[in-house]
Design a protein around this ligand. Sequence first.
Ligand code: HDE
Length: 722
Amino acid sequence: MAPRNTPPSSGKKSAESPKKAPRAVAPDFSDSYDETQGEGGETHQIASGDVPTLTTQQGAPVADDQNTLRIGDRGPAALEDFHFREKIFHFDHERIPERVVHARGYGAHGFFELTKSLSDVTRADIFQRVGERTPVFVRFSTVAGSKGSFDLARDVRGFAVKLYTREGNWDLVGNNIPVFFIQDPIKFPDLIHAAKPEPDRMFPQAQTAHDNFWDFISLTPESFHMIMWAMSDRAIPRSFRFMEGFGVHSFRLLDADGRSTFVKFHWKPKLGLQSVLWNEAVKINGADPDFHRRDLWDAISSGDFPEWELGVQLFDEGFADQFAFDVLDSTKLIPEEEVPVQIVGRLVLDRTVDNFFAETEQVAFCTQNVPPGIDFSNDPLLQGRNFSYLDTQIKRLGGPNFTHIPINAPKCPMAHFQQDGHMAMRNPVGRANYEPNSWGAEGGPRENPVTGFRSFEEPVEGTKRRLRPESFADHYSQARQFFISQTPIEQKHIGDALVFELSKVERPDIRSRVVSHLMNIHDDLADTVANGLGLPLPDAATAARPTIHLEPSAALSIVRNGPPDFGGRKVGIYLTDGADAGVFAALVKAIDKEKAVYEVIAPKIGGVTLSDGAKVAAKQKIDGAPSVLFDAVVIIASADGAALIAKDAASQDFVRDAFGHCKFIGYSPEAMPLFVKAGIADDLDDGCMEIGSSNDVAGFVTACRALRNWNRELKVDMDARA
Ligand code: HDE
């Protein structure tokens, strides 16, 4: 063949050379397409029967989508190739700016169903009729990482719900943590700059374990309540399905007479709370960076629809006046013991998106979207957010008509005089595009003082100035309450997380400054962290208000609010050739009965042959299925199978990690050589259960309901003082 840069000596030769070069062959869809030979001998498919004809965006049918229009066999491309130019032009513009925060997210459709009427406190239509369903779209997210970052970052999770009510969209844009880092929205850009990768080096991605974040935090005492939550296991949830959601701010509910009741919104997962360990999170990020989105997709696709209850804390001005903290301060929560959470509805996610970009990426939540009967409080963060969300959508979605995108459009009638702008899809029709007008019935929509949105008529007066109210000054008391509300293992994890994060901070003075705040929260915690970092205990940071003792609240612990059973959890069953067929069958039955799921893991993806000769397909090859992907694991091996897998590093990690992460482990007696090689045979405890026959299966699956055998980990604390 002539070298590519050699000019052809004759037309014939130049025509032959490219034909000899191998060509890519398109995937075979031969069931639905007729195949034909392209000019260059390649195979591609043409439309036939029900298969539509490929067109340009202008609708012109396309005859050849494999080759650009060119002059001569090896000559230049022709500018008139409108199909090529349109295709490339469109591709070049596929990306839109990612969200400045919460860039990585995953959404699903579902419905909200009212189970208890709130008609006595609000006129909001969505809260009137028990049993009525309202369509919703929910987007879960991490905050700091970019769109392509991993799911198991230590981070707050967004829990944004768009409810398409009959009186317009209501966007409850919440998080999985009920408080926030800052008290004034003017600090938000600083907080996010500090948390994101450092601007000169652009790392670390999706993690707060770096100097800038902790520098900012250590200079921002108001953040320490949130820091306790962010360093707890709340920030590494096992699944979106197993986390709570919170509206965070105090909102108002308004009745038909304009009377106001304060409200805080809570989403409580039906399957209980569950998180992973940090060591697991690190490994999940490598094994399956899409762990959370895959989990949500799989659950919905299999008909196991995730569900939350909507709870409300209702309180009046009287409570607000006597509460120890300001109900407008988003760094504080109202303990459920003081104002109980009443369950008023349920949220079910029952439909995955048809298209990620069209729905999950283009959805635009705006805190200002509230229907009549729901109103804002003066929480400064909420007020700031009401500006920011609308503003950011214009940049992200390219213009003011983002409500024309189907995912953002209300599902109730709309009528207004707003018109034009980029990408206007549905301009108002008719002659009048203003009001008041005198065109009578043809003059378009009119305001309605009865059904229309009315703001709470709140008397307000004061001096215009920049200040932080005195009532926001206690930064540590609720941080301490959170810490003392945790079980010992959860307290250990908070200490571990702080030591881990601060160990990545290079400047010792920043580490020390963080510990000086912990001194105002809890002595043991401060001592553990200082010891873990090898620091002398610093003096306590100067506090604007002394820490007061608040009673522990059981609602704040994950472990105390775990699942009622093992439903919705996943077991990894590692099989070898010759594994006991009876045990496997019993296990599958028991897992199904528990409404849990399982995946078969095998030395080869082709699967295994069981003791009775039956073949079982594997979902995963062991190398791609570390035990961190499962809630509990079982190893059913034959003697020969165990001898084989005992030598394999991935198999050893499988059991060693499951043990280290305090998981329940079931195993056939033949599998013991694997535990020996993994170095844990002598440590096996009552969370490691031998399954000698199918009779042992039920006991194992029931034990798994506890999720973890935490005693294993409580025996070791590298950071605490001996
Ligand atoms: Fe957000 N936040 N935020 N935030 N936030 C955004 O809006 C902002 C805050 C939350 O899945 C942005 O559309 C300010 C608290 C979620 O699309 C932006 C302040 C809470 C999502 C913005 C806060 C949240 C966002 C970026 C301090 C929990 C993702 C993209 C005053 C109650 C929504 C966007 C989705 C997104 C601003 C604080 C939750 C820039 C200024 C508190 C779940 O507008």
